[in-house]
Design a protein around this ligand. Sequence first.
Ligand code: NAD
Length: 498
Amino acid sequence: MRAIGHFIGGKEVKGSSGRTADVFEPMTGEVQAKVALASKAEVRAAVENARAAQPEWAATNPQRRARVMMKFVELVQRDYDKLAELLAREHGKTVPDAKGDIQRGLEVAEFACGIPHLMKGEYTEGAGPGIDIYSMRQALGVVAGITPFNFPAMIPMWKFAPAIACGNAFILKPSERDPGVPMKLAELMMEAGLPAGILNVVNGDKEAVDAILDDPDIKAVGFVGSTPIAQYIYERAAQTGKRCQCFGGAKNHAIIMPDADMDQTVDALIGAGYGSAGERCMAVSVAVPVGKTTADRLMEKLIPRVESLKIGTSVDPSADYGPLVTREAVEKVKNYIDIGIKEGATLAVDGRGFKMQGYEKGFYLGGSLFDNVTKDMRIYKEEIFGPVLSVVRAHDYSEALALPSEHDYGNGVAIFTRDGDAARDFAAKVNVGMVGINVPIPVPIAYYTFGGWKKSGFGDLNQHGPDSIRFYTKTKTVTSRWPSGVKEGAEFSIPLMK
Ligand code: NAD
């Protein structure tokens, strides 16, 4: 059986804690590898390696750091197919979807190739008599990223690419459920010319996470995962004075206005609701048709599409989606479907009975669709994270606008309409971080920033784009006056820049 250790000091090392976790192959349900779970001492070893290597890396000129990133992009493209298959076999998503996972991460590494420009400071000549002021961005030192199972390539790259390009050393703690691809990415960074110790991967669970949070040499932590853990990490990291950004769960609504193109909308809902078995933080999990006629037209088209979803193995190129990540994930989603029925929602399509022939032990679940969901129900309030779409019928536009705005989560939202006024009003007023107009999954491109509001995001800076450079650097401002410009005599009041 494959044994996955850690990546410390430029190479893979075996775990020494004696604790391991099973890594499943969701499409067969078999255990395919054992991943080491790091102890506090192993995390410390990674931090010490990182600390020793970081000053020289930060002093390397930004063009050279960019060149490493450019080479890394090239190497990931070289190994694209192999990485996508490994990812699909550990996560469960289909190979084409795994390629998207890698691609959207790689775009952030491409963005980080612009680091010489992105890290430039500011300069003001003559801010006072003989006085010039300039600011510079400097690396923080050793920083860490703790990432979820559902994007095992994209989110690690969102974290480590800008952090490393800025001159930091990085400790990545990926999800213990699919650690294979993050380990490969670390190997590729080494092949690209990154010095040993600048990117370390410690696999593990809560013990490794707590060791990261309490380590005084780690200056910043970026987290992505579920909301309760995001909040815990935000609070605990703050206790040791770390800079921290934590992105949590979601409940993304799609508002369907009466004038929406219904065929396009249904295509969008099917892809965004059920793609990747609904295990995306930007999946649409609530559809809100406005008005009874819109709702009836929507359900008429949506039901047969959900019933005919093609669920397949992770390596079946014709599958709409593959298995979920674990058996517990399947049980959790089924439990929510039971709750929805008890709460009085109408289960229009029931995916619980789906069996994958020849793969009976795999973690499969058919698509489910609820109608007549109301805002007091748990299936509306809580994140299900599976192939389940809930339809909440709204009487009018104001009720539809209020639903995502008042929801605890605020990651993404979309509106489907042909009316520019309605779309513009919605984008301006909705209390959610990322908005799509006739775009169901509005994940911003790498050079914009990504981040949800309310319980979907803790901290004041977003991921990738310009915010990532701000997050992984600190600004120093220098006020200078050369002796030739200095007037004789002491000044006792606050100097004014005359
Ligand atoms: P999770 O919260 O269970 O795990 C995330 C990370 O935290 C993992 O590395 C895990 O090992 C660690 N962890 C888990 N329990 C912990 C504990 N008790 N103490 C310390 N660390 C712990 O999340 P997941 O199931 O891996 O991922 C799915 C969740 O991530 C969903 O809620 C999804 O919405 C969210 N997500 C959010 C975004 C976003 O950008 N907002 C993106 C992707 C996923």
